[in-house]
Write a protein that binds this ligand. Structure first.
Ligand code: BES
Ligand code: MN
Ligand code: MN
Length: 448
């Protein structure tokens, strides 16, 4: 049985790879207002791929105002069999400056066993892995399958609540498989059992009615940019631990993360210290993190000797598994207001929020996943955490509390540089992930 499935997967892989390349060519950047048409094109291509892969029922869901299109493809359950929801997202992060890429971001390019391109790993490989599994079964999987490919994950899934409410009947599932996380090391299948959440705020400081001469007034009145720097410096203590009060810390999943590997994968420069305290796993999977994501201030090239009247910053907080992201966002907003120096006027606007999530990875679906992924990779499954966030997970779990949630990788690994320049997919792990998903569908059938 497994040999037949192995053969079937091997046969469909070349075609799946061609389709993955085609998906990567579409710059479906959800954060760019000018890319709405491209996000639509990637939804259309995704819909067509699943239609061609035998889905009797495929819809592009785009009935939410200002929402971006999601794709839903349904393969009805054979009598008595469970339904499995396969999740991925077809939107991607902006490419950043093309000059930092070794090959153009939207031209899929293979080098040394990796596929380079924006979205190659995050998360068009997820779409392709689901496609591989369905094609391996010639469009007739042994369990019911619902494929959901979201179009606004990378902007924090702002319409997810409405979406889930509107399509609740179509998304019900016994098991959900998300192919949107990482493997820790090549060849080791990882199940993500804890996700951090996210909470962001935009803070604006106002000091002056307008810009004034920095010689005439400097030293006597504050400027907004210097005040902003002081404020942002209060986000961390001396060691780099988050200094915002009222945030929780969790216990990380068991897998150890090596410090040397972590430094290298991050591309940390010589002499630069790690941030915070505790084990690496604690820092990235179990503790909050605060980051200044952007600043609106005069650019250096045109900076003049003038006191800046207004300055803004966006601050992102990663929220520990088990914490409440709404509470964390309130804590961050309060911290920013409270620590504003020198009496400047301050406004804080609360931005994206995504709940963290902890999975109790026990029970028949997890056993099935450990067998399928273990067999496909030839290595035991390891439980890991994720420093990143997937807003869908907590919202889905709220709507379907009985569903088992499996979060796996479609070939993204520690070298994938998702969101950065030279994003890439580990093609060997991608192939193993395609086989793993295929075996998983067989493992999830109810026999007898
Ligand atoms: N696939 C990532 C989340 C992820 C990253 C899972 C690393 C496991 C390991 C996802 O596409 C993502 O980037 N999510 C955003 C969500 C945010 C916009 C609310 C994130 O984490 O920044
Ligand atoms: Mn993703
Ligand atoms: Mn992402």
């Amino acid at each position: 049985m497994n040999d037949d499935l192995r053969r079937a997967v091997r046969q469909v892989l070349p075609g799946v790879r061609t389709d993955l390349d085609a998906l990567v060519r579409i710059p479906s950047v959800s954060a760019a207002p000018g890319s709405v048409e491209q996000v639509r094109r990637s939804a259309e291509m995704t819909a067509r791929l699943f239609k061609d892969a035998g889905a009797p029922d495929v819809e592009i869901l785009d009935d939410i105002e200002d929402g971006l299109p999601a794709v839903l493809a349904r393969y009805p359950a054979p009598p008595g069999q469970p339904t499995v929801l396969l999740y991925a997202h077809h939107d991607v992060q902006p490419a950043g400056s093309p000059g930092q890429w070794s090959s153009p971001p939207f031209e899929p390019t293979e080098r040394d066993g990796r596929l380079y391109g924006r979205g190659a790993a995050d998360d068009k490989a997820g779409i392709a892995a689901h496609l591989a599994a369905l094609r391996a079964y010639s469009g007739r999987p042994p369990v019911g399958v619902t494929v959901l490919v979201e179009g606004e994950e990378e902007i924090g899934s702002p319409n997810l609540g409405t979406f889930l409410a509107r399509h609740k009947d179509k998304l019900d599932a016994d098991v959900i498989v998300l192919a949107d996380a990482d493997n820790l090391t090549t060849g080791t299948p990882c199940l993500t059992t804890a996700l951090r959440g996210m909470a962001a705020c935009v803070v604006e400081l106002r000091a002056l009615e307008g810009g004034v001469h920095s010689g005439s007034y400097g030293g006597g009145v504050p400027d907004a940019l210097t005040a902003l720097c002081r404020l942002l410096a209060t986000l961390h203590d001396e060691q780099g631990n988050v200094a915002v009060e009222g945030l929780a810390t969790a216990v990380p999943p068991g897998a150890p993360v090596s410090e040397a590997g972590f430094r290298a994968e991050a591309g940390l420069l010589e002499g630069v210290q790690l941030l915070g305290s505790g084990s690496i796993a604690e820092r990235i999977w179990a503790k909050p993190a605060a980051t200044v994501l952007g600043i609106d201030a005069p650019p250096v090239a045109t900076a003049s000797p003038t006191l800046t009247p207004v300055a803004r910053a966006k601050v992102g907080l990663r929220v520990a598994p088990g914490d409440d992201a709404l509470k964390a966002r309130k804590a961050l907003a309060g911290h920013l207001r409270h620590h504003t120096p020198w009496g400047l006027q301050v406004t804080v606007v609360e931005a994206e929020v995504a709940q963290p999530f902890v999975i109790d990875a026990r029970g028949p679906a997890f056993d099935a996943a450990r067998r399928a992924y273990g067999e496909a990779y030839g290595n035991d499954v390891v439980d890991i955490g994720s420093g990143g966030s997937i807003p869908f997970v907590a919202e889905f779990a709220d709507a379907y509390p009985q569903a088992a949630i499996l979060i796996a990788s479609a070939g993204a690994d520690a070298d994938s540089r998702a969101h950065g320049a030279d994003e890439s997919l580990n093609l060997a792990d991608f192939e193993r992930a395609c086989l793993a998903e295929t075996l998983l569908l067989a493992e999830l059938t109810r026999s007898g």
